[in-house]
Design a protein around this ligand. Structure first.
Ligand SMILES: [Fe+2]
Length: 310
């Protein structure tokens, strides 16, 4: 490697938004990639170690017991960015799930269909060591330490697969609509409803745990500050999960969530995914309230071009 190359590696490694390896993959349209482990810089590993050390006591205090078991089962290294192949060696025999490296954003249908097939698209970059707290993009700390421990639980894994099946049912449903304007309008609304459901459960869900609450949502589980805030702050509104509310509730991604929903159990959550499909088939996702999240062209296209033949 040239001196310039070595310096570039030391400086940026696989840091979020700064990694030439990732930018190049995106430019070439490569969605699924390898994890070039040797490209992680010393700073990248230090960022992982700092994030992990800081959050561990809060996991013990606020995380769902199954999440904590998952962390144990995966044998995550507290000191270094994990290798996905190591993670998968532990994970796959448990639930059939695996983590697969991606270069960035995955359009909605491809993401949901991937989890239906028990493959979790996983970001491999890591946030800058000097900015541990706020990051609008997902990174490997969010994806691996926030999401993947939950994938060791059979029932939670079933929930994800079931959610992927609903996406597939949605692709079938809209394929039947001949009027293009109506098709796009309905699809836009269905994707919005699905994204809100996913957000208020898989990403930001709370669950009853005896008389207490615990966190199973990965957005909270990967945030040192929000872990405590979500459970302790009097500023957070916490309500029993009500699906009609959830699918009509906008959310914003750039601050701590002021509103969270509580499910009773993973069985309860699974039933709610069933209910999501029932509502969709009855046409009740066709006109949900406007607002965040915005559905982009790529998301719409991914559903319209979905391979639903098999
Ligand atoms: Fe996430």
């Amino acid at each position: 490697m040239s001196e310039i190359g070595t310096n570039a590696k030391t400086a940026v490694g696989l840091t979020t938004t700064q990694a030439p390896f990732i930018e190049q993959a995106k430019m070439l349209g490569e969605m699924y990639i390898e994890q070039p482990y040797e490209l992680y810089s010393e700073e990248n590993h230090q960022a992982w170690a700092a994030l992990y050390e800081r959050i561990l006591p809060r996991w013990h205090k606020y995380a769902h017991p199954r999440f904590l078991e998952g962390v144990e089962k995966l044998s995550l290294d507290p000191h270094a960015v994990p290798r996905l192949e190591d993670i998968n060696r532990f994970l796959k025999p448990l639930t059939g799930f695996s983590a697969r490296a991606v270069s960035g954003y995955i359009p909605a249908y491809r993401f949901f269909d991937s989890i239906r097939q028990r493959v979790f698209p996983t970001t491999i970059t890591i946030r800058d060591k000097s900015k541990l707290d706020y990051l609008p993009e997902p990174d490997i700390f969010h994806d691996v330490s926030g999401h993947v421990p939950m994938h060791t639980d059979q029932r939670f894994a079933d929930v994800l697969v079931r959610f992927g099946e609903v996406a597939r049912a949605a692709a079938h449903l809209v394929a039947e609509i001949s009027d293009k304007t109506e098709q796009l309008q309905q699809l836009n609304s269905i994707i919005k409803a699905m994204a809100r459901f996913f957000w208020f459960t898989v990403e930001f869900g709370l669950m009853r745990n005896g008389n207490d609450l615990c966190v199973y949502g990965s957005g909270i589980l990967s945030s040192f500050g929000e872990l405590e805030y979500s459970i302790e702050s009097p500023e957070v509104q916490r309500f029993p999960f009500q699906i009609e509310w959830v699918i009509n509730q906008y959310f914003e991604i750039d601050h701590y969530q002021p509103l969270l929903f509580i499910v009773d159990s993973f069985d309860h959550l699974f039933d709610q995914v069933d209910e999501l499909e029932r509502l969709m088939l009855r046409g009740e996702l066709n006109n949900v309230s406007p607002g965040e999240p915005l559905v982009n062209e790529e998301d719409l296209k991914s559903f319209l071009e979905a391979d639903i033949s098999a």
